[in-house]
Ligand binder design. Structure first.
Ligand SMILES: Cc1cc2nc3c(=O)[nH]c(=O)nc-3n(C[C@H](O)[C@H](O)[C@H](O)COP(=O)(O)OP(=O)(O)OC[C@H]3O[C@@H](n4cnc5c(N)ncnc54)[C@H](O)[C@@H]3O)c2cc1C
Length: 396
């Protein structure tokens, strides 16, 4: 694959480090971890510790806290690079990198001091965000249509709040040290009017981890249920204002969708590279596959899909940091849809170009197919995201 659109020497140096990390720590272990029976065994603390050693875990942490404080475009490039090695690792890191950025913007100085120094000092400290619950998934992407309330509820008590309920499907749910949690704080109003954001710490009384979901792909990342049974959260852990949880989501999350797009684009690029290599070496019909017109045209289409997805998500990531230059809210919703549809098309074409060989597990193509499927649903089901975008574009 030709070089992505690198603009600065800093970006080049960071991407070279990430490429080395992927080649040395991720690629050699991905197939074995992916094949683990128990979902928990697909997750590797060793890889997380190595990511810390090379400065990746703290890449978006501001320089005043000891990180590199890199911008969203560079972070998106890093996330794609990780996704080329393995989707799960890319997601584990993307969640943490983006939540650190959100923390820096949305929390108070005291909250930052407490939680970001804790994050910096523990090489295993990851972050997670809990919004989805069994009864409310697409509902929070299109809240004006659904008019539903979160069932997880925080009740005001002296000195804080008591939370009851549960979240599910949460990436890094069972392996994080800090969580941003969105729960209902006012009954009888929709979730976009009556929900609030809280900081939750691992090990708080009344907070436990439920099931770790057994996923078809993205297996190097874990997803889990978060269970709250009379969990007391002190007042100082409230983020923003009571009842304004959705403003935290809307104001401080612009780059999240571009990062999701970058993760799944990584899978698309990895598949395209495998298809190209196979087409250049496999001989059928008296010549290498790439000399057959249908295959050559497919490969050019796959190249285009990668390129278009990347341009789109790079524009979104850059504008997320420079909104005065023409940020449009659909950029916070659609790049992931584009990249996941592109990756899905690319992996199915890659499978076809490999013929029966691609269907054999040893080729590793089926892993790419299972991984690519994750992002048709993750970070919002694609159809729901189109609906959300239509709200921004047409006010419907
Ligand atoms: C791998 C993975 C990782 C995830 N990580 C996280 C995480 O870290 N944190 C978190 O909070 N969540 C997370 N999620 C949840 C994710 O963001 C989605 O919201 C969720 O998966 C949607 O799940 P659902 O099955 O309940 O779909 P549903 O909301 O039940 O949707 C089912 C179908 O109905 C359609 N639909 C729904 N509403 C409408 C409507 N109003 N009009 C028309 N069609 C509609 C949808 O488009 C979809 O096709 C993750 C999910 C996955 C799969």
């Amino acid at each position: 694959m030709e070089e992505i659109f690198i603009q600065t020497e800093d970006q080049r140096a960071i991407l070279e480090t990430v490429k080395r990390f992927v080649d040395e720590e991720v690629r050699p272990r991905a197939a074995e971890l992916d094949a683990a029976d128990k979902p928990e065994d697909g997750f590797s603390w060793e890889i997380i510790e190595k990511s810390d050693e090379v400065g990746l875990r703290t890449l978006t942490l501001a320089e005043e806290y000891g990180g590199l404080g890199v911008d969203s475009l560079t972070t998106a490039m890093v996330i794609e690079e990780l996704g080329k090695g393995d989707l799960g690792i890319s997601v584990v890191m993307a969640q943490t990198l983006k939540l650190v950025q959100i923390f820096q913007k949305a929390t108070s100085p005291a909250q930052r001091e407490k939680y970001l120094t804790r994050f910096r000092d523990d090489p295993r400290h990851l972050m997670a965000i809990g919004i989805t619950e069994p009864e409310n998934a697409s509902n929070y992407f299109v809240p004006h249509r659904a008019k539903s309330s979160f069932t997880t509820f925080a009740e005001k008590v002296d000195g804080g709040w008591v939370i009851n309920g549960m979240k599910h499907f949460i990436s890094n749910g069972n392996v994080s040290g800090t969580y941003l949690l969105f729960v209902q704080t006012e009954k009888g109003v929709p979730l976009h009017e009556g929900s609030t954001c809280f900081i939750i710490e691992r090990g708080m009384d009344g907070f436990s981890i439920g099931r770790v979901h057994d996923k078809m792909g993205e297996r190097l990342a874990n997803n889990a249920e978060l269970i709250f049974q009379d969990c007391f959260v002190p007042e100082e852990n409230l983020v923003g204002e009571v009842g304004k949880g959705f403003e935290v989501l809307a104001e401080f999350f612009p780059q999240s969708n571009a990062y999701a797009a970058a993760s799944v684009l990584g899978v698309g690029v990895a598949a395209y590279e495998r298809a190209l290599e196979w087409a250049r070496t496999r001989v059928q019909g008296g010549k290498v596959l790439i000399e057959h017109d249908g295959i050559a045209a497919d490969l050019a289409e796959m190249h285009m899909l990668c390129d278009v997805s990347r341009s789109y998500l790079h524009r979104a990531a850059w504008l997320a940091d420079h909104q005065e230059h023409g940020w449009d809210k659909s950029l916070g919703v659609l790049p992931k849809v584009m990249a996941s549809q592109a990756a899905w098309k690319i992996v199915t074409k890659t499978l076809e170009i490999h013929g029966g060989h691609g269907y054999m597990k040893e080729a590793g193509i089926e892993k790419l197919v299972r991984d690519a499927a994750a992002f048709l649903h993750s970070d919002g089901v694609n159809r729901t995201l189109f609906l959300k975008a239509s709200g921004f574009l047409y006010g419907v």
